[in-house]
Design a protein around this ligand. Structure first.
Ligand SMILES: Cc1cc2nc3c(=O)[nH]c(=O)nc-3n(C[C@H](O)[C@H](O)[C@H](O)COP(=O)(O)O)c2cc1C
Length: 448
């Protein structure tokens, strides 16, 4: 399902609130989104964004149900059961092997390039965005970035933050170890620029796959088609040697000069503080296209819980399904929503003699748990973690049941610090009022 179809389906099940009045992409959109994320509200559609004729949508994946709907299921547990059953239905020693076998059945349909010469995008039409007061530029936070290694036509699809520098250049925030970061190293060692395609408004299953815990060098494009139970439909880009799914709303093509980097400036993070990298590679834009009335989904980063916690919850379902194959002795694994980006997991194991250190070592050897920071081994499944008891539980756990990586920031998670990221109180009041009006004018939403 493409992003427009998904938005319409959310409207149909009253999981979407359309804001009819003009909204400023600088702070107003973020304030409205923050309010929704913190109150389990619906997805938001902004069809009148100041200075732009592009529609924006936020919080589309911000609940168990919406995240699951994007993956073709009613709830995330059902998605996990579906994947577990699919992996159980094929043979293989590891979950990675089984996933590869599963995706063999996915077909590709190569479309003529003309089908995606949609219309030329004028970069001035992109809305100006500011999520938190100290940010200096617009960021696209659900952009799917396509790259490939110099000697291979296997493409990597990664969900990375993209910052607008000017009409010709974008920054890419590639964390160490990211697929695109690895590709960039390979292009650099050959002294060549790296081709890249950035999709804004990719289909939701591809957005999810681009951030999912999948094996390295595994096709996220195939995985999203497998989730959608459909074919891959792609065509060649116009100015770079890459192929693109035809369902994206906007495609930005370009080249990364492997020698130049740039500070992307402050960016509000889940820690409640500003982050942002000073070594972001720069993309020189070589081609742009878009559908006639594009829609760009965005997500707001900031103090948790936010929409991305639900992406992390769906990732947990993939981890569960894969662990059943890779370490079947682990009979349950949990991650509180609020700890989604701290690499904290609680597990129970059927082997009563296993130590937390032994278990953590085995888990960290798996591609999808290599970045685990803290592991808590629980002996009693009755004590299992819930969204409300996990902090208390953690305080009372004997140290023999805790494993922590040197970089773990558990203290930060346990001692809630006041967030530095704050919006102007006047904008908050104004937006609360705007929400009341939008909610009264729309058909009643779920929970009202
Ligand atoms: C909302 C969201 C934003 C993300 N932003 C970034 C980012 O800016 N840079 C990055 O390297 N990873 C980011 N990630 C994590 C990657 O998408 C994730 O690690 C993914 O597996 C990367 O794919 P790769 O292994 O092909 O690099 C983000 C994840 C989410 C859910």
């Amino acid at each position: 399902m493409d992003i427009r179809g998904f938005v319409e389906s959310l409207r149909g099940c009253r999981e979407l609130l359309e804001i009819p009045d003009e909204v400023d992409g600088r702070f107003e959109l973020a304030v409205l989104t923050d309010l929704m994320c913190k109150h389990e509200g619906p997805g938001l559609l902004f069809s009148r964004v100041k200075g732009s004729n592009i529609s924006l949508a936020t919080n589309l994946l911000g609940s168990d149900r919406r995240m699951a709907n994007a993956l073709g299921h009613d709830n995330l547990e059902a998605f996990g059961q579906w994947l577990t059953a699919a992996l159980a239905g094929v043979k293989g020693d590891s979950s990675a092997q089984r996933l590869r076998l599963l995706l063999r059945s996915v077909e590709r349909e190569q479309k003529p390039s003309t089908c995606f010469i949609k219309q030329q995008l004028n970069l001035d039409l992109l809305p100006e965005l500011r999520f938190w007061p100290a940010e200096q530029r617009s960021f696209f936070t659900l952009a799917v970035v396509i790259t490939s290694a110099p000697d291979s036509n296997i493409q990597n699809y990664g969900l990375y933050r993209v910052g607008i520098v000017d009409r010709k250049r974008f920054t890419l925030n590639l964390l160490p170890g990211s697929g695109a970061g690895r590709h960039l190293e390979q292009w650099r060692s050959m002294g060549k620029s790296m081709p890249v395609a950035i999709l804004l408004g990719a289909d939701p299953a591809l957005i999810f796959a681009a951030a999912a815990p999948l094996p390295p060098d595994f096709s996220e494009e195939h995985f999203s088609a497998f989730i959608n139970q459909g074919k891959i439909q792609s065509c060649h880009c116009q100015t770079v040697p890459l192929s693109c799914p035809i369902s994206a709303q906007i495609i930005i093509e370009g080249w990364v000069d492997t020698e130049s980097v740039m500070d992307e400036g402050p960016f509000g993070c889940y820690t409640g503080d500003y982050g942002g990298s000073n070594v972001c590679p720069l993309v020189e834009i070589s081609g742009l296209s878009m559908v006639s009335e594009p829609l760009i989904p965005l997500t707001l980063a900031g103090p948790l819980p936010m929409e991305d916690c639900w992406i992390a919850r769906a990732n947990l379902e993939i981890i569960r399904a894969r662990l059943r194959v890779d370490i079947p002795e682990i009979n349950s694994i949990e991650m509180p929503l609020e700890a989604a980006f701290y690499g904290l997991y609680f597990v129970t194991c059927i082997d009563p003699l296993v130590s937390v250190d032994e278990l953590s070592q085995r888990m960290r050897s798996l591609d999808y748990l290599a970045r685990m920071k803290t592991l808590i081994l629980l002996h009693n499944t009755d004590d299992f973690v819930s969204e409300t008891n996990w902090r208390v539980l953690l305080k009372n756990i004997p140290t023999a049941q805790i494993w922590q990586d040197g970089a773990a920031d558990l203290g930060m998670l346990m001692n809630t610090h006041p967030a530095k990221l704050q919006h102007d109180a006047r904008i908050i009041e104004k937006m609360k009022n705007r929400l009341r009006i939008a909610a009264t004018e729309s058909t009643p939403l779920k929970g009202q």
